[in-house]
Design a binder for this molecule. Structure first.
Ligand SMILES: O=c1ccn([C@@H]2O[C@H](COP(=O)(O)OP(=O)(O)O[C@H]3O[C@H](CO)[C@@H](O)[C@H](O)[C@H]3O)[C@@H](O)[C@H]2O)c(=O)[nH]1
Ligand SMILES: [Mn+2]
Length: 743
């Protein structure tokens, strides 16, 4: 293996023990040639299309339909161009963990690490899961006096605090257990699910399991009862903590609650070792203040932690993820502490990886393409996007520019105990609603406000300031997260992302202009791919409706089969699908079925959630709607779980998202049948072949929709109302366009 990076390293790096190397991915030059060939084909197609529109004599209806197809081709071309950024110089990185301690002189030189975990609603995000997330990071292989875990609770929930109290007690047994036996899976829930994962004696294992069950059942009990009973409170400290939920307290309007649950210089585990810090923070909320969702929550944690522990490195995690490798901080440090490039790195992103995905991944929850393949492409440019979770950030990057000095921690530098009155008063002040008024928080400091995808926006803004970022994609996933298990949940999540990204695209920070100017053209293009993700809906919807209506009204929109231009269409279709298949296979083998599902859900998203994201954005622009952060559901309904495991599409909800999808499915089935009959009758397929093929392709993709409309009786079937409304609307569309197309 030729290591481009390693030769670079040895050239530029005076250190004999490299912490990391990088190399260009194999086959990049072949890919570049393919990009050029494809570019020529696309230019030819657009040229042909323009000539056709301008000089080919045709009726007005043909012209209108052909024009819409042209719009779709222009949009696709734009999106295609942006995607090529990821293919231009993708890289692979390697870290040398064994060299880290040489650079840091063992544990002494390791920097402090503050972990931020966000949760927002105890009913949608079960507190026991948040407790598991916290336990998995408390148990990092990291010096405990340098490790602090902060949990932000935007739900302001007693249950979450209760779960964390339980977790802090369980941690006293769990941490020494993990360390003694070198356990790899340090999220208790995941550990006990996998009965094979133990290196301890059966008795030890069973003892831990009993403690774990106790924690779990106590948390479930308070959830079931709906309040924290006096019997459940074990000591005075806990009692005082829960007394803070005074009358009139609601999750949207309440004072700040901060509770230090573990203190690293005070609390010890059962083996006598000090524990890390664990701090619960529920920031102040007032009806009259916009709280800026997760970005606001993280900014409060940034300030509180600056006061309390002020670690130079910060890890952000969602409550639906857990650590899957106790050495992850060290991996991140192999980049951040690298003497030459390290200081410019604002964050090290670990790709989002998920657990519980079904075999052929029907909703493409894995999202391998954006999170790993495209991220590796951006990594080659030094500008990996920030994903909000599984990311180690340099605190300094969020506070000041590259060249400015670090912010100072007040208490940390003065060694004031976290639980002292002085410390808590100061922390309350920075967690209040008023604090950010008239400051730069959210604008040039901390997580940036103004988009529903605060992660993408913040990473992008940091890169525009000159910071770089790194992708760390180890074989063993560093973190594992939960996925939505119904189609609706998956689309709702996608809609939020698409609209948030579009907000960035249409802001004054538009990557095409601002990003290109501040960083580079390739960076601007790559970020535009994400920012304009919602635009996929335009070509998809045009291709879902226009050739079909053409077929029904006998309007030929594509070159005939024997025409030379026909082969151009064939080439572009086949080349993109083949390239797509090869690309995904380079990152671990993928079955054909899985790949098919991926392209199908891509079409489904483009035709539904992306389109609704455009609508949401338009409504927001004209003041009809305020955008909300709809949490992704993390609850497991057993029926839904069963259907998901059986790889059945879960519709089940009456939503306009499904109406649009059903309309496309119905229209394509009708026009395919109609076109097919006509071809049989006339025996002439050359003219309408392409349109017939498109309908057939959509029909094959839509098979689960027909099945859900007609054959299924379970809870995941297509709601009857959705089917009826779609049939009606398709009929209206057919007649309405008939007036125009028949002239
Ligand atoms: O007002 C809010 C809303 C959300 N969250 C937290 O934000 C996280 C992400 O929310 P989730 O519903 O899980 O959304 P996802 O779409 O799964 O999250 C992805 O997309 C988000 C941006 O839309 C990023 O912030 C996340 O890191 C990324 O995993 C969760 O921990 C929430 O508790 C808050 O703390 N406060
Ligand atoms: Mn999530």
């Amino acid at each position: 293996m030729v290591k481009v990076g390693e030769t670079n390293m040895s050239k530029n790096n005076p250190y004999p023990f490299p912490l990391n190397t990088k190399e260009l991915q194999k086959g990049v030059y072949i890919v570049r040639v393919q990009i050029l060939v494809c570019a020529c084909a696309i230019i030819a197609l657009l040229y042909h299309h323009i000539l056709h529109l301008l000089f080919h004599p045709m009726s007005l209806p043909s012209f209108i339909l052909s024009l819409t197809l042209f719009i779709s081709h222009v949009t696709l071309t734009f999106l295609w161009v942006t995607t090529q950024t990821f293919r231009w110089c993708p890289i692979k990185r390697k870290v040398y963990l064994e060299n880290l301690s040489l650079v840091t002189n063992g544990e002494d030189g390791l920097p402090g690490l503050d972990v931020f975990i966000c949760t927002a609603d105890p009913y949608k995000e079960p507190p026991i899961n948040t407790a598991n997330t916290a336990l998995s990071v408390l148990a990092f292989d990291y010096p405990t006096r340098k490790l602090s875990v902060y949990v932000s609770d935007d739900g302001g929930s007693k249950f979450t605090l209760f779960a964390l109290f339980e977790a802090s007690k369980f941690a006293k047994h769990w941490l020494p257990f993990c360390k003694e036996y070198g356990i790899r899976t340090r999220c208790p829930e995941a550990f006990f699910k996998d009965e094979n994962e133990y290196s301890c004696s059966k008795e030890e294992w069973e003892h831990m399991k009993i403690l774990h069950e106790k924690m779990k059942s106590r948390v479930e009990t308070v959830m079931r009862k709906g309040y924290v009973d006096n019997d459940m409170i074990e000591n005075k400290e806990e009692g005082q903590a829960f007394d803070k939920w005074t009358d009139g307290f609601s999750h949207k309007d309440h004072h700040t609650i901060i509770q230090v649950l573990l203190q690293s210089d005070e609390n010890v585990d059962v083996s006598g070792q000090f524990l890390p810090n664990l701090i619960y923070v529920s920031r102040e909320k007032r009806n009259t203040f916009h709280h800026n969702f997760k970005a606001g929550a993280l900014n409060v944690l940034l300030r509180v932690s600056t006061l309390m522990t002020n670690a130079p490195i910060v890890l952000t995690l969602d409550c639906d993820m857990h650590s899957n490798d106790p050495q992850t901080p060290q991996r991140a440090l192999c980049h951040l502490l690298e003497p030459i490039e390290g200081p410019k790195i604002a964050f090290v992103q670990f790709p989002q990886r998920y657990k519980g995905i079904n075999e052929s991944d029907i909703y493409n929850s894995e999202l391998k393409r954006p999170f790993r393949i495209y991220a590796a492409g951006l990594d080659g440019l030094g500008v990996v996007n920030y994903c909000g979770t599984g990311s180690f950030l340099r605190r300094k990057a969020l506070y000041s520019g590259l060249s400015e000095p670090d912010a100072n921690g007040l208490l940390a530098t003065n060694h004031i105990p976290l639980n002292s009155r002085f410390a808590l008063e100061a922390a309350h002040e920075v967690a209040s609603c008023m604090y950010e008024q008239g400051t730069n928080w959210g604008h040039t400091m901390g997580l940036r406000y103004g988009s529903l995808v605060e992660d993408f926006f913040t990473g992008y803004r940091l890169q525009c300031e000159g910071w770089s970022s790194v992708l760390c994609d180890p074989l063993t996933p560093a973190f594992l997260g939960d996925i939505p298990i119904t189609l609706n949940d998956s689309l709702v999540q996608n809609r939020r992302w698409a609209v948030g990204l579009f907000e960035v695209g249409c802001s004054k920070y538009c990557p095409l202009i601002f990003g290109t100017k501040k960083r580079s053209l390739l960076m601007g293009l790559g970020y535009s791919f994400f920012a304009f993700w919602a635009l996929w809906s335009i070509p998809t919807l045009i291709y879902g409706f226009v050739p079909q209506l053409g077929l029904l009204y006998d309007i030929c929109l594509f070159p005939k089969v024997h025409d030379g231009w026909f082969y151009l269409y064939c080439y572009l279709f086949l080349a993109s699908y083949i390239q797509d298949y090869i690309e995904i296979n380079l990152y671990g083998r993928t079955t054909l079925k899985k790949w098919w599902n991926e392209q199908r859900i891509w079409i489904i998203r483009s035709a539904s959630s992306s389109f609704f994201a455009l609508l949401d954005f338009s409504c927001k622009q004209i003041g009809l709607q305020v955008l909300e952060f709809n949490l992704t559901s993390k609850l497991n309904d057993s029926e839904q779980q069963k259907r998901y495991d059986q790889e059945m599409f879960d519709f089940g909800v009456e939503t306009p998202l499904f109406v649009l999808l059903s309309m496309i499915a119905i229209l394509n089935l009708v026009s395919f049948t109609w076109g097919f009959m006509k071809v049989m009758r006339d025996g002439n397929i050359a003219e309408m072949f392409t349109q017939l093929f498109i309908c057939g392709f959509v029909v094959v993709n839509a098979l689960p929709i027909y099945e859900a409309m007609v054959l299924r009786r379970d809870g995941g079937r297509m709601p009857i109302r959705v089917t009826l409304v779609s049939i009606f609307l398709t009929w209206v569309l057919y007649y309405a366009t008939g007036f125009a197309l028949k002239g």
